[in-house]
Design a protein around this ligand. Structure first.
Ligand code: TXA
Ligand code: MG
Length: 317
């Protein structure tokens, strides 16, 4: 089945929602990256996500919901979660919370865990699509497992053409890195994945976060595989020079002289996050021998950017 591009208008959304209702997969834009949507109540549709992505079935999915009422009907929010939800939703934050008793969301979506990762996306079209579909949407990033996440409809089709019904095209994603994933030990919030909402922002709202590796390991994010976000070629980090055959991914004015692509000449981390995956996709297409990446400050959104780059550079199986 050739995948379609659905336009970001009422007719496009209606057609895309019809596919969701019949159990097909439709990729949709969010403020972070494009998600691969399926009806989260339909076990077979969810299974099709794992199949299309080649995703290990122990790696659970994020459930996208249109409102706090919808969130409450599926999971139990503690007081800290309520605070975070009030502050950051709709937005680039995912909360991992206990399922309500008899929660009807596919068990496969949460890989058999009794918790569920939920988020209200901060993108008007994603909210309209949820409304039109009339069901919760399971939505991992719309890329083959282990590869670079998509921030445009074209990236989605490069990786998943023929494997999905289509993609709703609403141009590039604003944030450019995935949502921050927060889990809880009791009411104590723990960072499971750095992302679009920075640790500073979270801590200003609810105080210090625990890091899950500081803890007893009872809560973890099974999807945090070391090799991920990987382009076709090797990646060398913290590069201060450009070697034979390399393309240089730079950041800031100082690295501009070396840079084949500069994530932000002005040294702006928000701009760099928004450009990151598109830059990796572009260098991937150029089939360079290796990508060298200059240093990026480990502060604010730089923490999520460096996390993704470390995984892009990690040894592959
Ligand atoms: O920005 C995003 O989060 C995007 C957009 C489409 O919403 N989605 C996304 O999904 O990045 P995905 O599947 O690529 O990443 C989901 C992450 C994984 O690291 C997974 O392990 C974690 O969330 N996760 C999901 N359910 C979990 C659970 N019950 N407990 C712990 N971690 C969970
Ligand atoms: Mg992903």
């Amino acid at each position: 089945m050739k995948s379609k591009k659905f336009p970001a208008n009422a007719a496009g959304l209606r057609e895309a929602a019809r596919h969701i209702k019949s159990g097909d997969l439709v990729a949709f834009p969010t403020e972070t990256v494009y998600g691969l949507g399926a009806n989260a109540l339909d076990e077979r549709a969810v299974a099709a996500i794992f199949d299309a992505k080649g995703r290990p079935s122990f790696n659970p999915l994020i459930i996208h919901l249109p409102s706090l009422d919808a969130v409450r009907s599926y999971v139990m929010l503690n007081k800290t979660a309520e605070l975070l939800a009030a502050h950051f939703w709709p937005g680039a934050l995912t909360l991992v919370l206990p399922r309500q008793p008899n929660c009807p969301i596919s068990k496969l979506a949460s890989a058999g865990l009794n918790t569920l990762a939920v988020r209200i996306p901060g993108h008007p079209l994603a909210l309209d699509f949820l409304e039109a579909s009339g069901c919760p949407l399971a939505g991992p990033s719309a890329n083959p497992s282990g590869r670079i996440s998509p921030t445009t409809a074209e990236h989605v089709l490069e990786g998943l053409d023929d494997k999905i019904a289509g993609v709703i095209d609403d141009g590039p994603c604003k944030v450019g890195v995935e949502s921050t994933v927060v889990g809880f030990k009791g009411e104590k919030p723990m960072l499971l994945r750095p992302g679009g909402v920075t640790t500073d922002m979270l801590e200003a709202c609810v105080g210090p976060l625990a890091h899950h590796d500081d803890d007893d390991g009872a809560i973890s994010s099974p999807g945090m595989l070391l090799s991920h976000y990987a382009p076709g070629c090797p990646v060398r980090l913290n590069a201060h020079d450009k070697q034979e055959g390399e393309a240089f991914l730079g950041f800031g004015q100082e690295q501009d002289i070396l840079a084949d692509i500069n994530l932000s000449k002005a040294g702006d981390l928000t701009e760099a996050a928004a450009q990151l995956f598109a830059a990796l996709h572009l260098l991937d297409e150029r089939k360079v021998a290796r990508i060298a990446v200059g240093p990026i400050p480990e502060i604010g959104l730089g923490i999520a950017i460096n996390d993704r780059l470390r995984r892009a550079a990690a040894p592959r199986d």
